[in-house]
Design a protein around this ligand. Structure first.
Ligand SMILES: Cc1cc2nc3c(=O)[nH]c(=O)nc-3n(C[C@H](O)[C@H](O)[C@H](O)COP(=O)(O)OP(=O)(O)OC[C@H]3O[C@@H](n4cnc5c(N)ncnc54)[C@H](O)[C@@H]3O)c2cc1C
Length: 289
C-alpha cells in the first residue's frame, strides 16, 4: 500500500502554517492519517537523515535554508479523542482549544489551562507545555509513541519519565501518537469560569492577534526572562519589523513573511545583550531548526 499523493507534500512553505508567518521550506512532509499510513512510510524513511514531527507550529521556526529530513504531520485518527474506561485517549494531532472544549462539554476538569495555549497535544507533550501553575504532565498517565529506530509502537508511563520545566518527552527519532489522560469530573460552570479566568489573564498580560511564538526564552532558575530582557535592552528593540512586545518583553511580534534568519538573529542579539548585562545565558523556548 502507498500513501495517497495529496498526503505527500514537497517543498512545503512553512510560513503558510507557522504562527510566526515565517520559515523556510520543508523538502518532504508526510501527512499521516492512520496507523497503517505510518507503517507504510516508516519502511521508506531513513530516520538517520532526520525526523521532524510537526504539531500546530506555534513553537517552531524553520531557518531560511529549509529542512531536508522528513517532516510528519498527524491528522485523521490522530486528531480524535476517545473515552476508554477511566482515561481519555487523545491523539497527538488534537488541538489544545479542541481538547479543553471537549473536556468542558463532558464536565472533565484539569484541562482548562489548555484553552489559552495554541498548540497540539503532541507538541504539548514534547514541550511539557503549561501555564497558570499547571503543566501537561500533571494529568498525563502514559504516552503511546512510534520509535523509527526500532520500527515499533510502544507505551511509556509518565511516572517513568522525568518531565521538567518546558522539557517533555524529547527522545530523538520518535513520534508521539497519543496521550492517555486522567478523567476527573467537575461542575461545568466551574470549568467554564476557569477557562474565562485564564483567557482574561492572558489578554491582560500578553499580546493578542499578532505574529508571535509565545515566550521566546525559558525563565532561568529564580529569574523572570522578561525582567532580564527589559533591563538589558534599549528602545531600539521595541521598533521595526521584528520588535519586542510592549506588553511582555519575553514576546516579540513580527511582520508576516519576514525571513526566519532575521528572527533567529534578533533572538540571538537579545540573548547576547542579556548575557552582557546580567551574565546569564537564557535558553530558547522556541524550537529553531
Ligand atoms: C500566542 C502563543 C502563546 C503561547 N503560550 C504558551 C504557554 O502559555 N505555555 C506554553 O508552554 N507554551 C506556550 N506557547 C508555545 C506553544 O504553543 C507550545 O509550546 C505548544 O506545546 C507547541 O505545540 P505545537 O503543536 O504548536 O508544536 P510545534 O510548534 O509544531 O512543535 C514544537 C516541538 O514539538 C515537537 N512535536 C510536535 N508534535 C510532536 C509529536 N507528535 N511527536 C513528537 N514531537 C512533536 C516538534 O518537533 C517541535 O520540536 C505559546 C505559543 C503562542 C504562539
Amino acid at each position: 500500500m502507498t500513501l495517497r499523493k495529496n498526503n505527500i507534500l514537497t517543498d512545503f512553505d512553512t510560513s503558510k502554517v507557522s504562527w510566526l508567518k515565517s520559515g523556510g521550506n520543508i523538502d518532504k512532509l508526510f501527512k499521516i492519517n492512520t496507523e497503517s499510513d505510518l507503517r507504510t512510510i516508516s519502511k521508506d524513511i531513513d530516520y538517520k537523515n532526520g525526523i521532524l514531527p510537526i504539531g500546530n507550529f506555534s513553537n517552531l521556526l524553520i531557518r531560511e535554508k529549509g529542512y531536508s529530513g522528513t517532516a510528519i504531520k498527524l491528522t485523521g485518527d490522530f486528531s480524535k479523542i476517545h473515552v476508554e474506561n477511566d482515561f481519555l485517549l487523545v491523539g497527538a494531532g488534537v488541538l489544545d482549544s479542541f481538547f479543553s472544549q471537549y473536556c468542558y462539554r463532558n464536565s472533565i476538569t484539569g484541562y482548562e489551562f489548555l484553552h489559552t495555549i495554541p498548540g497540539s497535544v503532541g507538541g504539548n507533550i514534547f514541550m511539557n507545555a503549561g501555564c497558570y501553575g499547571q503543566e501537561i504532565k500533571d494529568r498525563l498517565k502514559s504516552i503511546i509513541y512510534f520509535d523509527f529506530e526500532k520500527n515499533k509502537i510502544s507505551e511509556i508511563y509518565s511516572s517513568d519519565l522525568s518531565f521538567g520545566y518546558r522539557k517533555g518527552f524529547q527522545i530523538p527519532n520518535i513520534l508521539i501518537l497519543f496521550g492517555k489522560f486522567e478523567i476527573k469530573k467537575a461542575d461545568q460552570n466551574s470549568i467554564k469560569s476557569l477557562m474565562k479566568e485564564y483567557e482574561y489573564k492572558r489578554n491582560l498580560t500578553q499580546p493578542q492577534k499578532v505574529n508571535c511564538c509565545g515566550s521566546i526564552f525559558k525563565n532561568p532558575t529564580n529569574q523572570n526572562a522578561w525582567k532580564l530582557i527589559k533591563t538589558a535592552l534599549d528602545e531600539s528593540f521595541y521598533k521595526g519589523p521584528i520588535k519586542l512586545s510592549l506588553k511582555h518583553s519575553n514576546f516579540f511580534e513580527n511582520d508576516a513573511n519576514i525571513k526566519s534568519d532575521l528572527i533567529y538573529e534578533f533572538i540571538n542579539k537579545i540573548q547576547k545583550k542579556v548575557k552582557e548585562k546580567h551574565n546569564i545565558v537564557m535558553e530558547k523556548e522556541l524550537q529553531i531548526i
